[in-house]
Design a protein around this ligand. Structure first.
Ligand code: SF4
Ligand code: SF4
Length: 439
């Protein structure tokens, strides 16, 4: 097998035509902004403002609650209205800072100031990234300063920019590659300053030839940077699949990319690194795709973190008719939501709304066709794992490597009996993982 792809995986209808050719639109919030204190992996952030305080754009309003945690920065100027529990995308009530926007967008001193990053030390770069509250914007929300601090910098051979964007319907990373390629390259150069021996690779699926061409033109004279074209296949953007496709190195659930000499960050995270380090602008915005056949005018928005999902849907013209299903994220790995009155957080990538719920088709018994096994990118046995999960057989599930499942959804997608394999497996996985944590 070559190195430009990985075993298994699927080709889906990608729905990207709905929004891929529309330039990203800046959308200013109308209502109050809500900042949940949990919008990253790790300890919740701790508020450092109180009700009634005035805040500015770029001001830290909550600080990291531990090493694996992240600061939260205000995206508007205004007044802290409440600190109280608010509903989030995951359906939980989470302690949140609510800010009333004064619509003046007054910034803290030094906000947006250009900085010559080539003169910064490694510690200075890492500290700026940490202070800026940057987390992995590909969906996982892992604090970026931690990722940029492996045990030994000299062991990192590759810094990989994940531009695969293989989840169907999503086009925000694609738009960024066309609209802000200089910031991506700048962010990568900053990361390469941390890892002197590493090579930088911008990895893009071959269904985005214009983005590949543009990035190649701009990096033609960069000896440490290569733009790699990858086979279009889902889940090419999964960290394990991407690392394997680019380097041939294998990861499992117990290994971090740095254990195999790699640091991986998605396109928008790399732009955020550039904005923080070279432009003194912390993480206060997200690029969000609003799409699906239920949306009147699908497109990408550049929005303040904290804005309400309902405002974004309204800005995209609202719904053609009442959607059957609304997903935060893409259709393969996103979360179905039941209220649009939830805030955009650092890990919001898209709102996808469908008129018909494909997943609502009734399940039938497994016919042992083996398609789920063939397509699993991690070479697992999905039909057996789902059966073990349904029987609550934790031991059997663990023995059969159920904890390795990354929840990509390929198995459910190809199953002719429409079995919810991925959901059953991921449910069991979270049960076993939670018990392991407690032990
Ligand atoms: S959801 Fe898990 S079991 Fe199913 S294809 Fe993906 S990795 Fe394999
Ligand atoms: S794809 Fe569906 S029907 Fe085929 S073996 Fe897997 S679970 Fe059974």
């Amino acid at each position: 097998m070559g190195k430009s792809t990985f075993p298994g995986g699927i080709h889906t209808y990608d729905g990207k035509n709905l929004s891929k050719d529309k330039p990203t639109r800046v959308l200013l919030p109308k209502g109050n902004l809500v900042f949940p204190l949990v919008q990253h992996i790790g300890a919740p952030a701790k508020p450092i403002v109180a009700k009634g305080d005035k805040v500015l754009v770029g001001q830290k309003i909550a600080e990291a609650g531990g090493f694996i945690s992240a600061n939260i920065i205000s995206s508007v100027s205004g007044t802290v209205k409440e600190i109280e529990k608010r509903l989030t995308v995951q359906g939980n009530m989470v302690e949140s800072i609510v800010i009333e926007n004064d619509n003046e967008y007054q910034t803290i001193e030094g906000f947006g100031k250009e900085r010559d990053y080539t003169k910064l030390t490694k510690d200075e770069i890492r500290n700026i990234v940490k202070e800026a509250g940057i987390v992995g914007l590909g969906g996982a929300g892992f604090p970026t300063h931690v990722k940029l601090t492996p045990k030994d910098d000299s062991k990192i051979d590759y810094v990989i920019v994940n531009g695969a964007e293989c989840e169907p319907y999503l086009t925000s990373d694609y738009r960024m590659m066309l609209e802000e390629p200089e910031a991506i390259i700048g962010g990568l150069k900053i990361m390469l300053q941390l890892f002197e021996k590493a090579k930088g690779i911008i990895a893009v699926e071959d269904n985005k030839p214009d983005a590949i061409q543009k990035l190649r033109e701009l990096t033609a004279k960069e000896s440490r940077i290569e733009v790699r074209s990858l086979k279009t296949k889902y889940p090419q953007g999964g960290e394990r699949q991407l690392v394997y496709a680019v380097t041939g190195r294998k990861l499992n659930s117990k290994k971090l990319p740095s254990d195999v000499g790699c640091v991986v960050d998605n396109v928008d995270t790399v732009i955020s690194i550039y904005m923080a380090v070279a432009r003194s602008t912390p993480l206060i915005r997200r690029i969000v795709t609003v799409t699906g056949d239920a949306v009147k005018t699908p497109q990408n928005f550049n929005v303040a973190i904290g804005i309400d999902y309902g405002e974004l849907i309204e800005a995209a013209g609202g719904f053609i008719e009442r959607p059957e299903k609304i997903i935060s994220g893409g259709p393969m790995m996103g979360t179905a939501i039941y209220s649009t009155n939830v805030p955009v957080t650092k890990i919001t990538s898209a709102i996808t709304a469908f008129l018909h719920d494909q997943a609502a088709v009734e399940e039938s018994p497994c016919i042992r066709c083996g398609k789920c096994v063939q397509k699993c990118p991690l070479q697992l046995m999905p039909y057996q794992l789902a059966a073990l999960s349904n029987r609550s057989d934790e031991e059997g599930f663990t023995k059969l490597d159920g904890l390795e499942c990354c929840g990509c959804g390929c198995c459910s997608y190809v199953c002719p009996a429409k079995r919810s394999l991925s959901q059953s497996i991921m449910h069991m996985r979270s049960v076993v993982m939670a018990k392991k944590k407690k032990a």
